[in-house]
Design a protein around this ligand. Structure first.
Ligand SMILES: Cc1cc2nc3c(=O)[nH]c(=O)nc-3n(C[C@H](O)[C@H](O)[C@H](O)COP(=O)(O)OP(=O)(O)OC[C@H]3O[C@@H](n4cnc5c(N)ncnc54)[C@H](O)[C@@H]3O)c2cc1C
Length: 376
């Protein structure tokens, strides 16, 4: 992750030293963490099941430090190491891992902001897991783009901005201490703000009951004439404010990583079933091989070693998540269709990748395949 230099005062005052053990994606402590996450994953399903304990376990294991450089108290993992870590977590518990992506989305945008005030106020307690932040930015990229006026509007106001409207999708909305929020000014320039959830005029929904991942407590956050001080500004005003932060990409490989992690969980199930049911072996081997190949492509792309297009990886990852989870359901038969069996949950979770941060060309490729039976 490329990060800009920081002001020395931040370094001195944050004094952040990692206190948790450093995990590597293959360490035995990583296995222990994933085992625990997987055990909890079977118990979370509705909006009242916010996975606080799983998030605490990840915080204690130092997961939130993977994503920051050492001088900000992180472990400075490379993008490839982060992807290997996310692959392990997503196999164990997609809901918690998805929440972490949104949480770390907020942390990384704060870390590259060069805003001394915001960094000092939030960074330390966010990476230690004491506080939680999330992002509400999709209305600048993939949501509500067809409407005539922006859903979340900012007006310059004395000493800052006044926010009005709503962020339609915010994961962990009712649990957040801060929101990293995008909003549009009257001249169509955009701002990115780190907004404390305690400000007057903010209302977070409790979470929608979703087809899957309901425990992520994803809902809209409304802003009614909320005065946000200038020192909460982390980027902008400018056009395409999300593109301005170096080292930050929306969607891209991270989304594919979670889809491949889910496919791997389904393939593991299929492979273990095939050990006692030989008729499953050919399908299990074929899907295992495909997951393996796509994982290699993903890792090459993350290290910059290949020219592989990230949208091609994303389309393949979505497809593989759908196919492998449905293959696992076919193998699990009626038992897998009973509520509580992980295979049924994985099938529902695979559908999420058709809508999460899914740019139009990728959506078009899926539509073409579904309608015409072949890739565009
Ligand atoms: C579980 C979940 C968690 C998420 N978490 C976050 C998060 O934490 N942070 C974040 O920033 N984003 C988040 N997102 C948002 C996500 O990345 C996408 O932006 C979102 O799924 C896009 O869907 P939408 O319904 O808002 O799209 P829209 O394009 O707004 O479509 C909504 C509806 O509008 C209509 N419509 C669409 N296009 C047109 C058109 N051209 N003309 C007329 N009508 C049209 C259709 O009826 C459609 O159903 C999350 C999404 C989900 C599902």
């Amino acid at each position: 992750m490329a990060l800009r230099p920081f002001l020395p005062t931040v370094l001195i005052e944050l004094k952040m030293q990692p206190t948790s053990p450093v995990l590597t994606p293959s360490a035995s402590s990583m296995n222990d963490l994933c085992k625990e996450l997987s055990r909890h994953a079977d118990q979370i399903s509705g909006i009242s099941d916010w996975p606080a304990e799983s998030l605490r376990l990840c915080g204690d294991a130092g997961v939130y430090r993977w994503f920051l450089p050492e001088h900000l108290g992180g472990y400075g993992w490379s993008e490839t190491e982060q992807i290997k870590g996310y692959l392990r977590l997503a196999q164990a518990d997609l809901t918690t891992t998805f929440i972490i992506t949104q949480y770390m989305g907020a942390v990384r945008r704060i870390a590259v902001s060069e805003n001394d005030h915001v960094m000092q106020r939030w960074l330390d307690t966010l990476v230690s897991g004491k506080r939680f932040a999330t992002v509400g930015i999709s209305h600048l990229t993939t949501s509500r783009r067809h409407l005539s006026q922006p859903v979340l509007r900012a007006q310059p106001a004395s000493g800052g901005y006044s926010l009005d409207g709503l962020a339609p999708w915010v994961t962990g909305a009712p649990h957040a201490d801060a929101y990293v929020i995008g909003a549009t000014l009257p001249d169509n320039q955009q701002v990115l703000l780190c907004v404390p959830s305690s400000l007057d005029g903010i209302q977070a929904g409790p979470g929608h009951e979703l087809v899957a991942l309901s425990a992520s407590c994803t809902d809209q956050v409304t802003f009614d004439q909320v005065h946000v001080p200038q020192d909460c500004l982390i980027n902008g005003p400018q056009e395409n404010v999300l593109k301005s932060a170096t080292g930050i990409r929306t969607g891209g490989l991270q989304t594919s990583t979670l889809a491949i992690g889910l496919a791997q969980a389904a393939v593991n199930f299929l492979s273990s079933e095939s050990a006692k049911r030989t008729e499953l072996k050919a399908a299990a081997d074929e899907l295992a091989n495909e997951v393996d190949q796509l994982t290699q492509q993903l890792l090459h792309a993350s290290s910059g070693e290949s020219e592989c297009d990230s949208s091609e990886i994303r389309t393949s990852a979505n497809r593989l998540a759908l196919r492998s989870t449905q293959a696992a359901l076919t193998a699990a038969k009626g038992a897998g269709f009973v509520k509580g069996h992980p295979v049924g949950r994985w099938c529902r979770e695979a559908l999420f990748f058709l809508v999460w941060s899914c740019p139009q060309p990728i959506a078009n490729a899926h539509l073409c395949e579904l309608a015409f039976g072949h890739q565009s």
